[in-house]
Design a protein around this ligand. Sequence first.
Ligand code: SF4
Length: 352
Amino acid sequence: MTERKDILSLLPEELEQALTEMGEPRFRAAQIFQWLSRGVRSFEGMTNLSKELRAKLDAHFCLYEPKVLSKQVSTMDGTIKYLWELCDGNAVETVVMSYKHGNTVCVSSQVGCRQGCAFCASTIGGLVRNLRASEILDEVLFSELDSGKKISNIVLMGIGEPLDNFDNVMRFLELVNHPKGMNIGMRHISLSTCGIIEKFPALAERDLQLTLSVSLHAPDDETRSRIMPANHGRGVAALIGACRDYYEKTGRRISFEYAMIDGVNDSPEQAKLLARHARAVAAHVNLIPLNHVEERPFQPSAPEHLKNFIQILEENGVNVTVRRRLGSDVDASCGQLRRKMQKTQKGGQRST
Ligand code: SF4
């Protein structure tokens, strides 16, 4: 028996093609796509299709609805953190945050992560598998349906390194941006990477209007290699060079993400070096108050260090913002909720 295809990862024009090959009229594709975009996850529920067609679709394609394993709502600012169960029993996190300019969803792109950043809970246990394009899409769609909050912005900053799952992430972007689907504009999407620079040219080639956020977190090789293994064999100079090439090719300004870690990356010298890198590529710097992770030794920088750091960046002509701390009464840091579930289950996650 041939394996059933993932219908939700198909673009509308590919769905048309698939239906034509099944001997069905093309307009059926638009009807099916509409059902899928509304979150219907059984062919049985597509009531304007004949019984025969529904059975045929069921034989050709698979459909799965993510289940809410856990939902935490911040009593302070309404931030919602979901833990979704996927079709194979694995789990990923999604966060919905409300800002003045609209609702932002932070999605995961992998189950686990192989990058090993020292301050991150998502990588404890390593990479389990890549998410399919449809699974990332469902994080956005079902977060919107469940929360009742219209999603206007997406950040790929949850569990996983998006550029390690390049093809599926690119397909997800096409799907979520499609006018017949959720139609979320590329300018409202940010993709965050720990610096997988080999993939920068391919991303630039696509000429997407999204924002590339580089998780820099340290401006010197010694510190960066200590907290981010991805720096080994690449180095800060190569990363800054890749950022410059990306900026020159796309004309899109890069953002440097920088988690402020007490006594590790928050010295005045590091602020000056960071300013030099940021100016070299016209990058914006986004400072992030660190969320403490139980299994990790790091603590957030003291407020006076943060203030001093900002001042040095500004004096050196860098555009800097500090990320608002949302959802601090829920397990806000990426990977913490999934980690908690793994500990409770003791056996850990299942892999495919
Ligand atoms: S910070 Fe991102 S890239 Fe680094 S381990 Fe965590 S999920 Fe992976």
